[in-house]
Design a protein around this ligand. Sequence first.
Ligand code: ADP
Ligand code: F6P
Length: 323
Amino acid sequence: MKRIGVLTSGGDAPGMNAAIRAVVRTGLDRGWEVFGIRQGYAGLIAGNMVPLGDREVGGIIQRGGTVLGSSRCPEFKTKEGQEKAVCRLDRQQIDGLVIIGGNGSQTGALALSRMNFPVVGVASTVDNDLYGSEFSIGVDTALNIAIEAIDRLKVTASSHQRAFLIEVMGRNCGYLALMAGIAGGAEAVVIPEVETDPEALAKELLAAYERGKPHAIVVVAEGALYNAEGLTRYFRENGERLGFELRSTILGHLQRGGTPTAFDRLLATRLGTAATERLSRGEYGVLAGHLKGEVAITPLDVVASTKKPLDLRILEWARILAR
Ligand code: ADP
Ligand code: F6P
């Protein structure tokens, strides 16, 4: 191996830059040339690549987002798009690729691997829904942003004895909502994995006031059937009968734009380094993730075909701890 590429794909996640830096410097240390591919798979198809040296990745470890840019690229889901990408890589004489991203991006990595191109993935998504990694790059930062928002809402909610819902990201996965709910001391959590009855939720919130709480906070996952939109509509239509209002805050992309925490920088550094080492050992078609405190290597076909389970026992703690 002489020349490798690195790209970031899908939703940007705080810590992606630390991973890019680790891949570039580990690759250069092996005596390779390293190319940065801009805008994810869209840049790969277009051949948008630049050589990266040590100094090009200086001063980025502390920055959120991705200096390489990212994209959602429908064309890469097609056979033609994937063939164009491999042609670009061959033309540029790139013989290995590190792909930093979430579920969709790693499914794309698997497609390249099935075309016999050497790839290694790095687990990175704020949703934390990627099989093969207990924590993905960006989750810790996103969680910290969510709990800061919950802490702030609690201050104003307590001053007025109000009920608030806060919607967090996560696509179809309730991980961010559940963990933010526990770490933020919420009264209730609504996630896609468990059906929610808004009437029962209203009773839970009223019960919190009856237990003497000055506030009621519900953390809601964007992917839940009753997300911010659904619950807001329900409480607007039934608020008078229920006897209280539910004010809504949608955190949205604010969660993705944070400065990476120490945990995310270290995780990204470990995974970026491990992925590059795997390329140098000729171990391809795998994802570098994090399991039980260690770097874990999982075949991409297993990653792409397995749904990461959410431990629903944790939802029970959330209920007990909201006493
Ligand atoms: P994430 O990687 O954060 O989950 P996406 O699901 O948007 O984000 O995926 C990022 C990109 O990965 C997509 O825009 C597409 O280019 C590529 N991708 C997603 N799914 C597939 C697939 N089934 N086959 C090939 N490429 C895919
Ligand atoms: O996958 C990361 C994520 O932030 C999800 O939580 C969210 O549903 C989605 O990306 C938003 O995508 P976009 O930034 O393309 O609107």
